[in-house]
Design a protein around this ligand. Sequence first.
Ligand SMILES: Cc1cc2nc3c(=O)[nH]c(=O)nc-3n(C[C@H](O)[C@H](O)[C@H](O)COP(=O)(O)OP(=O)(O)OC[C@H]3O[C@@H](n4cnc5c(N)ncnc54)[C@H](O)[C@@H]3O)c2cc1C
Length: 507
Amino acid sequence: MATAPPDASRPVIIVGSGLAGLAAAHEAAKAGATVHMLERGPKPGGNSIKASSGINGAGTQFQRASGILNDTSDLFRNDTIRSAGFRFQTRKEAATGNDIDRESLVDTLTKSSASAIHWLADEIGVDLTVVAALGGHSVARTHRGAGKTPPGAAIVTGLLQKLEQRPEFKLHTSARVTQIHVDGEGRVRGVRYVQKSEGGREGQQPRRENQEEEPKEEQVDLYGPVIFTAGGFAGDAHGQLARYRPDLAGLPSTNEARPGPHGLMAGVGAELIDMDSVQVHPTGFVDPSDANSPYKILAAEMLRGEGGILLSPQGRRFVNELERRDVISEAIMGLPQPATEQGIKQWDVTLLLDPGAIDATAGHLGFYTFKGLVEKKKVKDLDPAVIETVDRYAELVASGRDDDEFGRRTFGHWRLVPGEANREEEVCVGRVTPVVHFTMGGVAFDNKARVLRRASDGGALVPVSGLWAAGEVTGGLHGDNRLGGSSLLECVVFGRVAGREAAEAAK
Ligand SMILES: Cc1cc2nc3c(=O)[nH]c(=O)nc-3n(C[C@H](O)[C@H](O)[C@H](O)COP(=O)(O)OP(=O)(O)OC[C@H]3O[C@@H](n4cnc5c(N)ncnc54)[C@H](O)[C@@H]3O)c2cc1C
């Protein structure tokens, strides 16, 4: 417990500098608040900066310009709830206030999706003109730019540039929040953080303890409304992941290795929900030069959306490549698994892109090629079983028939023709395997991005005064399976709400 000094100015404190934090910071600063953003890493951006497929929006100007005229927030809502699975079967509980109101969170997400895209494009200046279909979506609604910069990096950089122009905004890197201050009535009053000396601490009075033992770190107390945008725990292999999903031990991850922040928030009463809902993404690249690394670069879903197919070790298709992530991951994990090496569980699946998909993803492929994760091969140099599969698939696409075997409905930009005519054409191949990617669970929250706790009688969920959250740290919105492109969206939608609400509270 701590008491805020009476004369303390009340900045909005944002914990974590990924997209949710940056969106919150932008709105809070715009509303006139001073914003202190605390980031444990040496650089801002979190996992957000790595996002590679894009951000969802239903009914956007960019969809219309691409000829997609039939998307609506209702269609997006239905896709989201279908993907979310069994977690959405608790409506009675929601009505009594004993569970979060999941459907209303989805309503907010999907209804605000077009305005989130337009905000990023018009106000922040991010290029989001290219639209692709990802797994589980009825139509193409995942937006990214036409150039080489992946969408996460483009959005994070755009927001940081805008924020740097605002004198109200102060970014502290290498600043790890270790404690949330609450007063005697359980209201959040601020945070304590540890500032590594090489970071950018600004304007705070340090309270240095154990100076002789820890000369390079200072503890700093900061008071004001707090927004937690500290991300998920998919990179916390030996901590929260091991606690909530021990069965995933040994699977590699696409996430930065760092402890999940949820324990800190639970310490001030925040309710944690759906913590065992962890998304295993079907396609992380196995780097041939470091095959047993526990960290994998994501093979973005849009590679399949734009036309890529997946092949078993026998060179056969085995799944609709645009099924939901959980379905494809399960299908891969049902294939024979090569012997586990160095404790890493991985499979031997090939992602193959034809020349049409190569062209449509050229901006991204350059990076994957540079990293040695994919290589180009002429069709004639592929295994005979793969050539046979490619021919059968090319024939299916050319015929306009349905994919009766696996049920794929859209084929992206695939244009390879079947038969001898394709033998001199180049395709792109890389080895992929399922990876721990995203944590659907997190702190309970509501439409105002307020963090919720269980009331003292154990019944309803009520807001924790002074504490907001947005982004992957929150739980409940995606149920048991998140749709690709919806995490960046939730960061923008609920991050902005949190920024506005906390700025109001700071006044
Ligand atoms: C490789 C990859 C590709 C992806 N592609 C997509 C995509 O195309 N579309 C999509 O919608 N989603 C995608 N996702 C998911 C999405 O990027 C993340 O879920 C989302 O960006 C999370 O944003 P965030 O702001 O909540 O957290 P993050 O971006 O992870 O930021 C959290 C920040 O909080 C900091 N932090 C944590 N604890 C503390 C502490 N105690 N004190 C101070 N700072 C702290 C962290 O260091 C981090 O910088 C992808 C994820 C990965 C890993």
